[in-house]
Design a protein. Sequence first.
Length: 686
Amino acid sequence: MLRTALVYTLLMSSLFTSAQAPLENGFTLLEKGRFEQAESFFGTYLRSDPDNKTAQICYGRAVGLSGEPQKATSLFAGLLKTYPDDFEIRINYNESFLWGGEYDKAKPLYAELVARYPENFGALLGYANTLGNLKEYTVALEWIEKALALQPGNESAKVSRKYIRLGYANTFVNKQDYPRGKEMLKEIFTDFPEDKDALLNLANVYLITKETDSAKAAYRRYATTPKDSITALNGIALAEHIGAHNREAQRVAESAKIKVRTFKDTELIERTYERHVQALIWNRKFGKARQQIDSLSVTHSGRNWVLALRATLGMYTGDFKTSLQSYDAILANDSTSFDGNLGKANALFASDRIVSAYKSAFQTLKVFPHQKDAMGLIEKMNARYAPMIGQQAGYTFDNGNNVVYFTNTTANIPWATRFRTTLSYQYRSTENTISTNKANSHILLAGFEYSPFPNTRLKTVVGLNNSRFMTEAYTQPVLDAKLVLKPYKLQNLELGYQREVQNFNADLIEREIVMNHYGINYNLGTNFNLGWYTQVMHTRQTDENSRNLLFTSLYYNLLHKPVLKAGVNYQYLSFEKQVPSIYFSPEEYQAYELFADFRGDLSKKTGFWTSVATGLQQVEEDPQTTIFRAEAGLRHQFGKRLSGNLYGKYSNIASATAAGFEFTELGVQLNWLLTKRPLFYGRVGK
């Protein structure tokens, strides 16, 4: 809201020049903003001189500005009955509506006033302020310019123009028109070089657009006093975090925390302590952050900023239940809290409570229209649940002279957040360039996924595999059934059965080997960057052979943005029967690997991933041989609904064919969202 008393000095100037000496003390009280004392002064004076118009106007202003605008409006309305053509009374009457926030009522009154007094500076300025408060910024600026044309350089008009520009800039930012928002803020410096409000708002826009160097420069310009330097350091710490320099963010936040202790500004101290705990969380120092939050909860029990810190810690550590409890407590204190509304939406999304997450995000937009992060969360959920068609194509070759061309077309249709169906068609053509054996497979699959509870999914895929080898052909049913769940935070468990037809190369397709896999996958994450993944699988085959597989991986997250993960892998493989002339089937096989996985963003729309593993493998009692595996790819978002990636793989690890095997795959994949929104979007409500 714009300042509504900016025209005070101008409106009262004629009164001051014609006032009697007994009123001067009251004028001084009004000038200094001591409105309750001024109300008492003029109220007492009017007992002895009830018809003094100047005292009545001043009394009305004092009443309105001390918190009773409706009463002031009534007083001025009464005066207008006595003095219907008095300009001073009418302009104060108009302004009384601004004090009470009744800008719609003030607008026609000011419009009438400027029509009658087009050359009156106070009327023009009051109208501009009214329009500014109604967020009619373009017209408001036009009237400010008219006022300044009458009194060039007038300080009150320049201050009004500043606040109108601040509001106007905010509308551009909310609409994500950041260049115009920044331009509008910079125009403020023409009237007020290094204006504090403009600098803070400009820094905030730079943070939103991730221009962190510019944001830090704006904060440094802001830091002209010891106290302002604390605010600047808090902002710089956030800029360092956005720029993925979390260690520097913590260093800056700790510096601000040390310096703020010399001040007795409670609000500044709280903001600084809040930023310091946030920096601890960003650096994954969760133990220290929890200690700080527990301590702050004792001294600042129930305060929203402390609750927000506990909620943030929960989001980083996977404790979404605690986050939701904290966000609910924030909203109980203040239903319009940005942290509470958007934080709850994100926590519900992370908890797999998608419908509730949508509703909470919509609620955020009701309170904060066009808010970028809330709109981004909705777009993320829309992309996850909109109907999608995917197309993959690839080419593989190996040192066994096998070449393969394959395609996979998939349609994925979520009918609700808890239920989706898929339909896919896979084609695979294989040929051995030495034996000239050729085969191909056509696989048609229909899938169903149902989520009875959050973080619990039942996935079933059924279909047919039609394989052809030279003049022979056969059709086999295929099935894949899984139960995927999160038994506890940072844990993922998958139980599954799969019926699969071996189709790696032409020779294996000819033999019509059907494999029945029974498996368990388990992943355990931690809050100290260590993770452990394990896969156990037992396979029974229609050629009366069976296989046992164990794969386990212990890894450590070295970086989080970009993501860099490294660790060790161990694999054990054993077949009941050895049929090396047909496929790789050792009595015992072991592999040990060191691996690294690196992925991140090259730009806003382009990302990359790459992984490398190397180690040793041993087949039964044979000498150990070296393993090397590598995979790399690029992904690109062509638009909100179209994305794609290119990838390549190489491996010399023993496979279904033989030891000493080398395999290469090259491929491309495109995904297209058929609609902008999920089919159930209208049912989640706004």
